[in-house]
Design a protein around this ligand. Structure first.
Ligand code: PLP
Length: 361
């Protein structure tokens, strides 16, 4: 089974037929009773030593969430994945120092810059990342295509430059449908699962695909901080994965058409669409971007992305206001920039909606 569509449907579900089940079981337990207390003690020791155990307590692991973790790890081509309560809670530093390559999602930028996690960050261009590496650097943190101007970087070249320091790629925008950073040497792949993995705008989660060593560290952090994914979210995310390739492929085709049409529109001064494609389009308008966003009728004016409906928003004021103004401008996040995440509606309906909304500027 190598095709992504096949794996997306079956990953994390291999044992269901033997269990006599069709849908994945949803286990809400917060604790797991055992009459063998000595064995439980040994399992706790195993977890403390970095082992992967579950079925002791909800903060250590949950079988429904683990199905989603196994499935996502398989799709990204990793041995392990560790799920968190949100994309932001999945942003963990590894060691004290982080090298960051801008642009990143505004809250990630803020989290690293503010030092709220006890992090010290050095920002640099992809070419400078290796020079910024120190003894205590735990991660080189990048996003590609990057939020929101959809800039891309060469993951393999960055990994080569950074040598032994693990490169973490936020793959939220591309998803494993368009890009598997692990195939290019990235040691960790992060997702805001709230977006395309869930895919319906009704579940919040985060996940990091990685090797056993990084997974043990992340499970320990999750256990200590309590940033666990709720079992219902794990259930919905596993279900979302099964349609991920279909949704991302369809939305990407729509985005390509819209990008082309927008490029010809007199009120649009620039259009950004990633080289690898994908459902995201960013564009600059000649007039007031808020007027355009306020005028859409089919498209949903809302932050976030990756839902069945097309979403439109103004990055400079909504998703990236926490980044300093000169950093925003450098990353192409101008006041005239609008970001659109294509959904699954008919492309002509979307085009008409954009056409009539653009009259507002
Ligand atoms: N990474 C990217 C690229 C995002 O766009 C977002 C949220 O928009 C996050 C991380 C944070 O994810 P969450 O909102 O699930 O915490």
């Amino acid at each position: 089974m190598t095709d992504l569509r096949t794996r997306a449907v079956h990953a994390g579900r291999d044992d269901l037929t033997d269990l006599g089940l069709h849908a994945a079981p949803l286990d809400y337990s917060t604790t797991y009773p055992s009459r063998d207390s000595a064995a439980e003690a040994r399992r706790i020791d195993e977890f403390a030593a970095g082992g992967h155990v579950s079925g002791i307590y909800g903060r250590i692991g949950n079988p429904t969430v683990e199905r989603f973790e196994r499935a996502l790890a398989e799709l990204e081509g990793f041995e392990h994945a560790v799920a968190f309560a949100s994309g932001m809670s999945a942003v963990q530093r590894g060691k004290r120092h982080v090298v960051g390559v801008r642009s990143l999602y505004g809250s990630t930028d803020h989290l690293l810059t503010s030092g709220l996690l006890g992090t010290e960050v050095t920002w640099g261009a992809p070419e400078d990342a290796a020079r910024a590496v120190r003894e205590d650097t735990g991660r080189v943190f990048v996003e590609t295509p990057a939020n929101p101007a959809l800039t891309e970087l060469d993951i393999a070249a960055l990994v080569e430059r950074c040598g032994a320091v693990p490169v973490l790629v936020d793959n939220t925008f591309a998803t494993p449908v368009l890009q598997c950073p692990g195939h290019h040497g990235a040691r960790l792949v992060l997702h805001s699962a709230t977006k395309f993995l869930g895919g319906h705008g009704d579940v919040m989660g985060g996940v990091v695909a990685c090797d056993a060593e990084e997974a043990a560290r992340l499970r320990d952090i999750r256990f200590a901080t309590g940033a666990v994914l709720h079992p219902l979210a794990g259930y919905l995310l596993l279900r979302g994965l099964s349609t991920l390739p279909l949704r991302v492929t369809a939305a990407s085709a729509t985005a390509a058409v819209l990008a082309e049409r927008l490029a010809q529109h007199p009120a649009v001064t620039a259009v950004h669409h990633p080289r690898i494609g994908g459902p995201l389009v960013a564009f600059e308008v000649a007039g007031d971007p808020h007027a355009v966003i306020g005028a859409v009728r089919v498209i949903t004016p809302a932050v976030s992305l990756g839902s069945v409906d097309t979403l439109i928003q103004h990055p400079a004021s909504l998703t990236h206001p926490v980044a300093a103004e000169h950093d925003r401008e450098k990353a192409g996040i101008t006041g005239r920039l609008i970001r659109l995440s294509a959904g699954l509606e008919d492309v002509e309906d979307l085009r008409h909606d954009l056409d009539q909304a653009l009259k507002a500027c």
